[in-house]
Design a protein around this ligand. Structure first.
Ligand code: NAD
Length: 350
């Protein structure tokens, strides 16, 4: 057993976790001193009505317009509305798209965010933001967008459809791998990532047959919490860049893209995996890339980019765009294109 030298730096965030705890959001808002709140609620996620009623007089503005990858035009309108209503804080309820819109507003205004996540995207624990426009892309890292408080209530995820649950779980696992092989990893981020993979791989198969299983829903949200915490400290890499580029070009769901691409990038990095792969063998078997791919197939997830709408031309463009991204196993454009082609055709990772 050998402990490598490391730097460790924690950021303050208050996390409240447990079934039924959405009812504690008003007390958490009071703790933050919020009186004029903008509530950004995804109307597909349950809990919005309960939340709005519980917050009562604290609400200054309700916002239900939400879109994946946060269109810049939408963010600009939301910022204007927040200013016009003299808002003093933001509460988001929904997946990464709702959290992302709150982050876009916080970036311009410095308003504090209280996030209530209803998927496993993990954005609520990172200082990373992203917005997209036809000709403009705005992404980056800024501590102003990191939520101050996160309330996880697994009951809000009971109605998450299987086609969102599985890919979203893979989004969380993509965070784990990004953390495990990041140059900024430390012993805690690695421990969090390994336990997140354990909890996600145990919970996901249960949910495919029993979508409202409280223990498995809690287990998957716990995995998202650990994975997001690890990612919030280490940052992303090649896997996320590929998904960002594919998603931006083809309008694909962020989580679906992660689910298809992740096993192939894990296979690519396996030769440099001596310090993380053995820790995952108990949950993913002797070859973690194949274990992930089989978990995706067994859970009915998409396993090929072609069915998501990718073409050979898109793959080449994406490979050219991301080939220089730092990665444990460096890849040039042709090698990356070959990896993406396997993902496009639904081949086993190797
Ligand atoms: P999403 O928020 O768009 O949600 C996916 C779908 O599920 C939507 O149709 C939504 O309405 C629905 N939904 C959400 N919660 C539900 C619930 N409880 N029950 C039923 N339906 C529900 O997608 P996502 O995968 O959560 O987030 C993706 C976005 O988050 C992308 O834009 C991605 O770039 C971003 N993201 C950012 C970070 C970061 O650190 N900045 C990390 C992960 C993801």
């Amino acid at each position: 057993l050998r402990v490598e030298p490391f730097d460790y730096e924690a950021r303050p965030v208050r996390v409240v976790f447990g079934p039924g705890r959405i009812t504690e959001v008003p007390a958490e808002a009071d703790r933050l001193g919020l009186h004029r709140i903008m509530v950004i609620a995804d109307s597909r996620a349950p809990g919005a009505a309960v939340l709005l009623e519980a917050l009562g007089h604290r609400i200054s503005l309700r916002w239900h317009e939400i879109a994946q990858h946060v269109p810049i035009e939408l963010a600009e309108r939301a910022v204007e509305a927040a200013a016009a209503n003299d808002v003093d804080g933001l509460i988001s309820l929904g997946g990464g798209s709702a959290t992302g819109l709150a982050k876009a507003i916080a970036l311009d205004t410095g308003l504090p965010i209280l996030a209530v996540p209803t998927t496993y995207a993990g954005s609520e624990l990172t200082p990373v933001y992203g917005m997209t426009g036809a000709h403009r892309k705005r992404t980056g890292t800024d501590e102003r967008v990191r939520p101050a408080v996160v309330v996880y209530d697994p009951e809000l995820t009971f109605g998450l459809p299987p086609e969102v649950t599985g890919p979203s779980a893979f989004n969380a696992m993509a965070h784990c791998f990004a953390a495990l092989w990041s140059p900024r990893r430390d012993p805690l981020t690695s421990a969090l990532a390994v336990d997140a993979v354990r909890s996600a791989t145990e919970s996901l198969p249960v949910l495919m047959g029993d979508p409202s299983n409280v223990a498995a829903r809690s287990g998957l949200q716990y995995a998202a919490f650990l994975a997001g915490t690890a990612l919030g400290r280490t940052g992303t890499g090649l896997q996320h860049k590929i998904c960002h580029e594919l998603g931006g070009r083809l309008g694909l769901s962020h989580a679906d893209t992660h689910a298809v691409v992740l096993p192939h990038i894990v296979a690519l990095n396996a030769p440099a995996g001596a310090d993380w792969a053995p820790r995952l063998h108990p949950f993913l078997g002797p070859d973690p890339a194949v274990g992930l791919w089989e978990l995706a197939r067994g859970s009915g997830l998409p396993t090929d980019l072609a069915s998501l709408g990718a073409s050979s031309r898109t793959l080449r463009e994406v490979a050219e765009e991301v080939a220089g991204t730092p990665n444990p196993v460096p890849v040039d454009t042709p090698a990356l294109e070959a990896v993406l082609r396997r993902a496009m055709n639904g081949e086993a990772p190797r």
